[in-house]
Ligand binder design. Structure first.
Ligand SMILES: *Cc1c(COP(=O)(O)O)cnc(C)c1O
Length: 332
């Protein structure tokens, strides 16, 4: 794939590391070797996966002459934190629409990402009830700002459109190049699957490069069937954008939904165990909503011997650790 044809801002400063995790692997029984792709170390305030997507989305916004960015997310959204961070860097205003997916969960005084919204000088926060039409809410805000003479640009939740997902097509290419240089064979990749841009982009990149590395998505909110349909739809649209020939195989998209627990952003015991285990064996911080639940999935799959003995499994660490500070009670 020739991704050089797509406008991008250049937010990355080279490939993120791929790290062996020998102590963590040993704690899981030592039959599988876990490696971590450290996208939690991407640039942008406190890092994380949205930087790769915003690299492309912000370029599109600037090409269209925007002076204001509007985006949306949950009350502790990492995506909102990073969109705000890159807006600050670009000298653009940033407005957030937050969905209170868990009733009563928005607290303007809370820590974590919410604190960082204030610290980085968000222009406005609009809180709407769970299940609201987020695009409609953002469009209403855009109309209001346009009437005030602004030029707003809407980035969808998680920057999960074909423009944003292109960032994760690039990540798959980057990963394969790195594995080649390291002389490292990876048998399976595990990624968090939320608004789907990350999972879809990785699948498109791996398929487009004929990598033959199966990718498993671990859901953080939806059922297996709903999430697989969402990922496949975005993956096919992204594949078309980046020029893959033929239709993307439906079998390339696999999701597991056994690690969501009672619902999106609600802590689970297995998430707490996974976060503590990785912190105590490797000194790497996960987050309670995405990477912690995704790692709980990986841990369970290892224990169930889903991966053959001797497998090298690559986990995509999408970041999110600031949210830990809004969940202290779950870890004490
Ligand atoms: C947004 C996010 C994800 C999920 O990525 P999607 O592209 O939305 O599926 C995973 N981890 C973290 C930390 C995130 O902020």
């Amino acid at each position: 794939m020739n991704l050089a044809i797509f406008p991008r801002r250049g937010y990355l400063q080279g490939p993120t590391p791929i790290e062996a995790c020998p102590a963590f692997s040993k704690a899981l029984g030592g039959k599988v070797n876990v490696y971590i792709k450290r996208d939690d170390l991407l640039p942008g305030c406190a890092g994380g996966n949205k930087t790769r997507k915003l690299d492309f989305c912000m370029a599109d916004a600037l090409e269209q002459g925007a002076d204001t960015i509007i985006t949306c997310g949950a009350v502790q959204s990492n995506h909102c934190r990073l969109t705000l961070s890159w807006s600050v860097k670009e000298g653009l205003d940033c407005h957030l629409v937050l969905e209170e997916r868990v009733k009563g969960s928005y607290d303007p005084e809370s820590s974590g990402n919410n604190f960082l919204f204030q610290l980085m000088g968000v222009k406005s926060i609009t809180v709407v009830p769970g299940g609201s039409n987020m695009l409609g809410e953002m469009q209403a805000l855009a109309d209001k700002l346009r009437a005030e003479g602004r030029k707003p640009y809407i980035i969808p939740g998680g920057a999960s459109n074909t423009i944003g997902a292109t960032g994760y097509v690039a990540c798959a290419q980057e990963t394969l190049e790195q594995l080649f240089e390291m002389g490292l064979r990876i048998d399976h990749m595990v990624v968090p699957s939320g608004s789907a841009g990350t999972h879809a982009g990785i699948v498109v990149g791996m398929e487009g490069c004929n990598a033959n590395i199966p990718v498993s998505g671990i859901n953080v909110s939806r059922t297996k069937a709903d999430q697989e349909a969402l990922v496949l739809k975005l993956a096919r649209a992204t594949a078309e954008r980046v020029g893959l020939r033929g239709e993307l195989r439906a079998e390339a998209v696999t999701c597991f939904d056994g690690y969501v627990g009672p619902g999106y952003s609600i802590p689970t015991d297995s998430m707490v165990e996974a976060v503590k285990l990785l912190a105590r064996t490797e000194g790497i911080l996960l987050d309670p909503v995405y990477s912690g639940k995704a790692m709980a999935g990986l841990v369970d799959l290892v224990r169930k011997e889903y991966f053959p003995e001797g497998s090298n499994v690559l986990f995509l660490h999408t970041g999110g650790s600031p949210a830990l500070y809004a969940y202290l009670k779950s870890f004490r």
